[in-house]
Design a protein around this ligand. Structure first.
Ligand code: NAD
Ligand code: TYD
Length: 357
């Protein structure tokens, strides 16, 4: 049975990944979830795993060397899956420093604690892997139709968020090149699905449609993102851990490019279609809710992943097409109004204190 140290497991992708590996490995894995529980981390996302002897949670900062090295000393960790990060571009524009601290210094600390724990002779213990979860935003912005991000595309980050992720990727590369450290990097496109904090486009729009609020669209609404259902990302990470080559990076995406305004209209149409006819909200849901607002500073125009390498080498392909994934996501938000209430009001902090007092 493999032991996974998952950082940022109480966040959006991390919590979906933990659910995924328990499911796909029939519960036959051990998971240690290390998360600081910032505004983006929520243990409600993993409430179903409480009491599972193969799952444990440790509230810790990835920058805290003593605590992280103790976790390595007390557990025989096979895989580190490193999600923990500050992840929202708009926040990085307002407050860049925390992005450098968590995303760069935090990643360096995780790498170094793993290096000390895994060292053996001149190399590293057999079978150990450090998977650094990164983003396509490190490659910058595409302008021309028909161009894509490949693993060989030069890094050209623009926001403090993407610059911090690019720096962390280079730190991982430095550990591979210098120490032959057993790391791999995945660079994924925009994810959507259950448990995503409603500061990101898709959950924000779903929540605003359901609560009758305006739908803010930045600039002309024609910026393009390449959307991937979060469980397909979880599957990619699981497969790269098993089959990825040390020192390599793999782009993850499903060729699902859409303009932001298309996404907003699809959400409006899909919610209307899914709500029962007697739902009083239905009458007020229409395109008039769309409000064009000031553009984001330095707004990247287009992201699009070429997933050829992961398909060819690892055999990964997405299972969930957008039309299905967006329905699954909307259905999840319909059914989790309490979760939304908690994360938007900060009440989940109380839930956490109750649970662990
Ligand atoms: P998220 O913001 O939902 O979750 C981040 C988690 O990290 C939270 O649980 C938070 O509490 C935790 N965290 C933050 N600072 C910490 C610290 N100092 N110590 C310990 N834990 C800390 O983010 P997400 O959307 O789930 O993204 C996860 C990872 O995937 C990030 O590294 C992000 O860059 C990457 N990524 C995200 C996307 C996307 O579309 N969301 C796409 C590609 C890559
Ligand atoms: P976001 O979900 O923040 O992801 P990222 O910036 O990492 O790609 O934003 C996705 C796109 O949606 C991006 O082009 C910015 C745009 N956007 C809006 O138009 N309105 C919003 O309220 C938000 C949050 C984003």
């Amino acid at each position: 049975m493999k032991t996974y140290l998952v950082t940022g497991g109480a966040g959006f992708i991390g919590s979906n990944f933990i659910h995924y590996i328990f499911d796909v490995h029939n519960g036959d894995v051990k998971v240690i979830n290390v998360d600081l529980l910032t505004y983006a981390g929520n243990l409600e996302n993993l409430a179903d795993l409480e009491g599972n002897v193969n799952y444990s949670f440790i509230k810790a900062d990835i920058c805290d060397r003593d605590t992280i090295s103790k976790i390595f000393a007390q557990n025989d960790i096979d895989y580190v899956v490193h999600f923990a990060a500050e992840s929202h571009v708009d926040r990085s524009i307002r407050d860049p420093e925390i992005f450098a601290r968590t995303n760069v210094i935090g990643t360096l600390n995780m790498l170094d604690c793993a290096r000390y724990a895994w060292e053996e002779g001149e190399g590293f213990k057999e079978g150990k892997r450090f998977l650094h979860v990164s983003t396509d935003e490190v490659y910058g912005s595409l302008t021309e139709e028909g161009t894509y991000f490949y693993e060989t595309t030069p890094y050209d980050p623009h926001s403090p968020y993407s610059a911090s992720k690019a720096s962390s990727d280079f730190m991982v590369k430095a550990y591979v090149d210098t120490y032959h450290f057993p790391a791999v990097i995945t660079n994924c496109s925009n994810n959507y699905g259950p448990y995503q904090f409603p500061e990101k486009l898709i959950p924000l729009i779903i929540n605003n449609v359901l609560t009758g609020k305006k739908l803010p669209v930045y600039g002309d609404g024609k910026n393009v993102r390449d959307w991937l259902y979060v469980m397909d990302h979880a599957k990619a990470i699981d497969m790269v851990l098993e089959k990825g080559r040390i020192g390599e990076k793999y782009n993850v995406g499903g060729h699902n490019e859409k303009q932001n305004i298309e996404i907003v209209k699809i959400i409006i149409d899909t919610i209307k279609e899914m709500l029962p006819d007697d739902d009083p909200r239905k009458a007020h849901i229409n395109y008039d809710l769309i409000t064009y607002v000031e553009d984001r500073k330095g707004h990247d125009r287009r992201y699009a992943i070429a997933p050829d390498k992961i398909k060819k080498e690892i055999g990964w392909e997405p299972d969930t097409m957008f039309a299905e994934g967006i329905k699954l996501t909307i259905r999840w938000y319909f059914e989790h109004t309490e979760w939304m209430e908690h994360v938007t009001s900060g009440n989940y902090q109380k839930y956490y204190e109750e649970m662990y007092k």
